[in-house]
Each structure stands twice: as C-alpha cells, then as structure tokens.
Design a protein around this ligand. Structure first.
Ligand SMILES: Cc1cc2nc3c(=O)[nH]c(=O)nc-3n(C[C@H](O)[C@H](O)[C@H](O)COP(=O)(O)OP(=O)(O)OC[C@H]3O[C@@H](n4cnc5c(N)ncnc54)[C@H](O)[C@@H]3O)c2cc1C
Length: 398
C-alpha cells in the first residue's frame, strides 16, 4: 500500500486512526514534521487509509454564505483572545448545551496538541494562537464515540485537521460543529523546539516559559511575543523575534502548506474565524486596538450557532472580499501564491544539526530585519524618562 506523497500530507492523522490493523505509525521527517509510515508486514491492503486521506479525497465543502466582523463584549476574555474572541463565545454556547470543545493547548513540553475541554476553565488554555503545527489525530476516535453517544461537539483547528476529522468520521453528525481559521501555514515543531532551547535558561522546565505569541496585555493588538525565559520577561515583535520571523516569512511551514487547497471560498468547516487585518478601512465602529475577528458563515448549522451567541458580540456584516484583502483567503479564480525560500532545505539542515542560533545567524539576519533590531535596541537604550521628554519635544515640533 502507498500513502499520499509526503509533500502533500498535512499530518492530520486520519489514515493512522482509520487503519483497522494499526499498521500506520507517525515518524518525524527530516524537517521535524510527524509523517505517516506504513508497517508493510501488518498492512492488509484494505485501502481505507487512502479513502480517508483528505489530500486524496477532499470532503464535501461549503460555499461562504455571509461574513461578519465581530468583537466579544466580555472585555476580560477579549484580552486573552488572539483577535476578537469569537472562539470563546462559541465555546460557551457549546458548554451551555452540555457539549465539549476541542482546541489547541500547549502540553508540558510546549508541543501544540488538540485536546478536549468540558468547561470554560479547561477551554481557557486553548485561547491564544500557537504558531506551530499541532497534533490532532488522537482525538478523532474519542470524538466519534461522543458523537455516537449524542453529545454536542465543537472541533476547532486547522482546516486540514477539520478535513481529516470529517473524513475519519465518514458521515455527517448533526451534533458536530466545526470551526477552522484562515491559516497562513504551520511551522515545524522541531524548528520551534530548537528555538525554545535558545530562550530557556539551563535546567529550566519548558512549562515555566509562559510564551504568548499575541500578547495584548498591555501592548494591544498586533504581534507581541512575550515569554519568561533567560530574562524575567522578554517582549519582541514579528520581525525582531527570529522564530516569528521564520513563521511570518513562511520559511518553516510544512511542505503541504505550499500547495494548500483550503485557503479558498470552498470551506471545509461550518464556520471560519480569522484576524480581521485592515478592519479600520471598512468599519470604524470597533475598538480596533482590542482586536476584531473576521468570521465566515459556511453552513446553516454554523449560521444558527453564531446567531445564538450574537448578543454577546459586537457584530457587523462585512464582505468576504474585504477580509480577503488582508488575509490568507483567495476568492474567485485568483490564488495567493507563496514563494518557497531558496535556502529552505539548508535552513532546516542547519537547525537540525547545529541548532537554532546557527541557522538564525546564517539565514535570518536579513537587511530589513537587522535595521528593525538596531532601531529597537537604540529605543531600549534610551531611559524611559528621556523618551517621555523626546516625545513631548517632537509633539511640540509637529
Ligand atoms: C498556525 C496558525 C496560522 C494562522 N494564520 C492565520 C492567518 O493567516 N490569518 C488569520 O486571520 N488568522 C490566522 N490564524 C488564526 C488567528 O491567529 C486566531 O486564532 C483567530 O483569529 C481566532 O481568534 P480568537 O480571538 O477567536 O482566538 P482565540 O480565542 O485566541 O482562540 C484560538 C483558537 O485557535 C486554535 N489554535 C491555536 N493554535 C492552534 C494550532 N497550532 N493548531 C490548531 N488550532 C490552534 C485554538 O484551539 C482556538 O480555537 C492562525 C492560527 C494559527 C495557529
């Protein structure tokens, strides 16, 4: 038996979980992405692995019906959400119905994994984007059992994970709600762990890091990466933080992300959330600095769920085209293309054999990035009282 070409495999895990002989195991490839391998001596050639593989058989998709700009009214929860906090209100509604929510959390070693939450306390760690590939496969059999038992389930994750789950289930369940997001690609867990090696103090446990990719407290919306590592608290942005920069420039994405079929108006989930980048151009009624989500309604089931929670949101109809303007969403025949960095292979090789710092010095000290780092460094060297005086002087001059 042959699985889909590794360059198209998203690592959703559906094949391994569907295999009746447990003949598929996941092993890290040379870039550190878990990838399925068939144990040929246990394989009975039933072909189920290929049947459920979303890279071979994409599940039936939905057309976008309506788009909204939304912001959670609960300001406390909004602060801990990546953008407008729509995930939180939808989860609360599922718990109110006695259901469970699947979402991504950090495990004790800072691996991103999809887990099940039965209540709001268990859901809180799911808030916040973890910008690294996450493992969902183990949840599929458990979800099937819950659905069969009549429990309401909301699965949130990458579009390719939603596709994997739907193919694994092989039928629709009225009590299943799926929520994916506009996705720019998922970085290598190996590269991420090598980066974490550089910010942890020697002997420090990963769980002490408290890393946040989009910390709004107190910086407001944007990319503010904070962690407690070698320094008590360190902050940086999408350019000066080397890991985020590698994610932002699509250097460490999984190979399959470069030919991702999910970034179009044909959606695999009932609802799609995203950061509404550029919202100020289209809607002035929001407190933009607190974060605004974009949400796409793709099915009637998703529509009903969102309408049920609309009183907990500031919600304004918008155009999918306006969301697409600043985001990873392609409408019509236009497809957004991504360039593969010419030094991608060498970058991974260096990270793997010599560690993150060696790869960073060799490949990530580009001119624009160095300029930003120097500017930041100078800013940090100026004492804060001098900064206040300078600001006042500049204001007077302006
Ligand atoms: C790798 C990655 C790439 C992304 N790319 C884009 C993009 O290009 N454009 C865009 O608009 N938005 C993108 N997002 C989504 C965005 O960052 C927000 O998560 C989204 O806008 C939801 O906002 P919120 O305030 O409701 O989220 P929150 O309340 O912060 O909830 C976060 C949600 O994301 C899920 N999640 C977090 N990390 C992962 C992960 N690694 N794997 C699976 N699920 C995860 C959680 O389970 C939860 O459902 C990306 C997220 C990830 C993880």
């Amino acid at each position: 038996m042959m699985l889909v070409d590794a360059s198209r495999c998203t690592g959703c895990g559906a094949c391994a979980k569907a295999c009746p002989k447990q003949a598929i195991v996941f092993q890290d490839d040379h870039e550190g992405f878990p990838t399925p391998v068939i144990l040929q001596d246990q394989c009975v050639e039933c072909g189920l692995c290929n049947k459920v593989c979303p890279a071979i058989n994409m599940p039936q998709t939905h057309e976008i019906q309506q788009a909204y700009a939304v912001q959670l009214l609960d300001k406390e929860a909004l602060k801990d959400s990546t953008s407008g906090g729509v995930f939180t209100v939808l989860s609360r509604e599922i718990f109110r119905r006695g259901g469970v929510v699947y979402g991504c959390v950090w495990d004790e070693n800072y691996n991103a994994v999809i887990r099940c939450a039965h209540n709001e306390e268990e859901m809180k760690p799911m808030r916040g984007s973890k910008y690294v590939w996450s493992w969902a496969g183990d949840t599929y059999p458990e979800i099937k059992q819950q659905l069969e038992a009549g429990q309401t389930v909301m699965f949130t994750g990458l579009p390719c994970q939603v596709a994997g789950l739907r193919n694994y289930l092989r039928r629709d369940y009225e009590n299943l709600f799926t929520l994916d997001f506009l996705c720019s690609g998922t970085p290598s867990p190996m590269a991420f762990q090598k980066y974490l090696d550089t910010i942890c103090k020697p002997g420090m446990k990963r769980s002490e890091l408290n890393l946040k990719f989009r910390d709004k407290n107190p910086y407001g919306l944007g990319v503010h990466i904070t962690y407690k590592g070698r320094k008590a608290k360190k902050t940086s942005d999408h350019i000066s933080n080397p890991y985020y920069y590698s994610f932002y420039t699509r250097l460490v994405d999984r190979n399959s992300c470069f030919q991702c079929p999910y970034g179009t108006e044909q959606r695999v989930a009932d609802l799609t959330m995203g950061d509404y980048w550029g919202v100020a151009k289209f809607h002035t009624e929001f407190d933009i600095n607190s974060g605004v989500s974009a949400i796409l309604i793709n099915s009637e089931r998703g529509n009903v769920l969102l309408q049920t929670v609309s009183e907990q949101l500031q919600i304004v109809p918008t155009r999918a085209a306006d969301i697409a303007a600043g985001n990873n969403l392609s409408l019509g025949n236009k497809r957004k293309t991504i360039k593969v960095a010419p030094f991608r292979e060498q970058f991974f090789q260096t990270v793997k054999t010599k560690g993150w710092k060696a790869a960073e010095y060799r490949y990530l000290l580009t001119k624009p990035r160095v300029k930003v780092i120097i500017k930041d460094g100078i800013k940090r060297m100026i004492p804060s009282n001098v900064k206040v005086i300078l600001k006042k002087v500049l204001k007077r001059k302006g």
